[in-house]
Design a protein around this ligand. Structure first.
Ligand SMILES: O=C(O)c1ccccc1NCC(=O)[C@H](O)[C@H](O)COP(=O)(O)O
Length: 208
């Protein structure tokens, strides 16, 4: 039996103070702000800074990037004040090395389903669908998927109704969600955020 009390839960794509407050109050371990362009969830560095400032120290704030130049990621990370950097591009280990800084958590998102934790120097691995933030699930339940050892987050098409089953099936250390807690694309639902966190954190039942 695992000695974990709960899975790590990250709520991604937050854009309003109300949604940040709901996620934090409901027990999220991390909140994500999309600093990649051209998404219905994209926020400016100024807005991300405002949102991140509401978040207590115990909750990790994460900037989400996709295929952006290193200087842009550095600048937006600095301007927004987020403590975590999540990369969805095809950056190599050198890129992670360049971004490493004291107190910063690096997350590597990949749709490669044979990935190993820490392979690129990241602190957390995120195994996601090929189209991040689309709400489309991938076949995490199939025999072809072998879960990595260590701290990794499962993402892609999760929601309050399937997160518990997904964690049990994969043994994921944590989960990440965006579309599954929205009432329409890019617009979060406080009720779904609460329901997701409740379901995710009940994924391990010690009486079994
Ligand atoms: O959310 C976006 O629009 C986005 C844009 C560019 C890079 C990443 C993006 N999202 C990443 C996430 O929200 C999560 O890491 C994850 O993919 C959740 O996806 P889902 O719950 O399936 O929407």
């Amino acid at each position: 039996m695992s000695d974990r009390k709960s899975v790590f839960v990250k709520i991604c794509g937050l854009k309003t103070p109300e949604d940040v407050d709901v996620a934090v109050a409901a027990g999220a371990h991390a909140v994500g702000f999309v600093l990649a362009p051209n998404s219905p969830r994209t926020v400016t560095a100024d807005l991300a800074r405002e949102l991140a400032a509401r978040v207590p120290e115990r909750v990790l704030t994460v900037g989400v990037f996709r295929g952006q130049p290193l200087e842009e990621v550095r600048r937006l990370t600095g301007e927004s004040g987020v403590r975590g950097v999540q990369l969805h591009g095809d950056e190599g280990p050198e890129y992670y090395e360049e971004l490493r800084a004291p107190g910063r958590t690096l997350l590597r998102a990949t749709a490669e389903h044979v990935a190993r934790c820490g392979e690129y120097g990241e602190d957390l691995l995120l195994i996601d669908a090929p189209d991040p933030g689309s709400g489309k699930p991938w076949n995490w339940g199939s025999a072809q998927f072998t879960a990595p050892e260590g701290r990794w987050l499962l993402a892609g098409g999760l929601g309050p109704d399937n997160v518990r089953e997904a964690v049990r099936a994969t043994g994921a250390w944590g989960v990440d969600v965006s579309s599954g807690v929205e009432r329409e694309r890019g617009v979060k639902s406080p009720d779904l955020i609460r329901a997701f966190i409740e379901a995710a954190t009940q994924s391990y039942d010690y009486s079994e």
